[in-house]
Design a protein around this ligand. Structure first.
Ligand code: 5GP
Ligand code: ZN
Length: 136
């Protein structure tokens, strides 16, 4: 665990606005929310990111994120919900303890998730396709 802040929050050593807890997870309100109701699903067991976490915990985390999104949709005014999860600095991960964002979306809000697209040739599409298939 070391100095991991999310380990300490998930395991109750640091107080948080907890909306759900079981033996594997704690779900908290994000301290700096993108919208009101923005939650984080935290596994209690430490893993830096998706490359370290077990399939079982990752899968259960997303099932829990769905449950939280369903409650969120009834609890706050929102037309949509984003479930997202960042892995690595380049992907926008700022806390190295895997977490799943559950973000309520409201028409006209200030959340930005879209990116510009890069151009890819037909050959490149095929090579990328093959490379991914060969690494499954
Ligand atoms: P990331 O960018 O790593 O995917 O997201 C980290 C999230 O954790 C951010 O949205 C940030 O606001 C939230 N966060 C960071 N520190 C704390 C904290 O101490 N408590 C809570 N509740 N949220 C935190
Ligand atoms: Zn941790």
């Amino acid at each position: 665990m070391g100095d991991c802040i999310f380990c300490k929050i998930a395991n109750g050593q640091i107080p948080s606005n907890t909306v759900y807890e079981d033996d594997m997870f704690r779900v908290i309100l994000d301290i700096s929310p993108a919208n009101k109701g923005h939650m984080l699903v935290l596994p209690k067991e430490h893993a830096d990111n998706l490359f370290e976490i077990s399939e079982d915990t990752f899968g259960k985390g997303f099932i829990l994120a769905k449950k939280m999104a369903e409650a969120l949709k009834k609890a706050v005014e929102c037309e949509g919900v984003n479930i997202l999860q960042n892995n690595g600095l380049e992907a926008g991960q700022t806390v190295n303890h895997l977490h799943i964002h559950v973000i309520p979306r409201i028409k006209g809000d200030k959340v930005v998730i879209k990116s510009e697209s890069v151009s890819v040739s037909e050959d490149e599409f095929k090579t990328i396709c093959d490379n991914i298939k060969n690494n499954l």
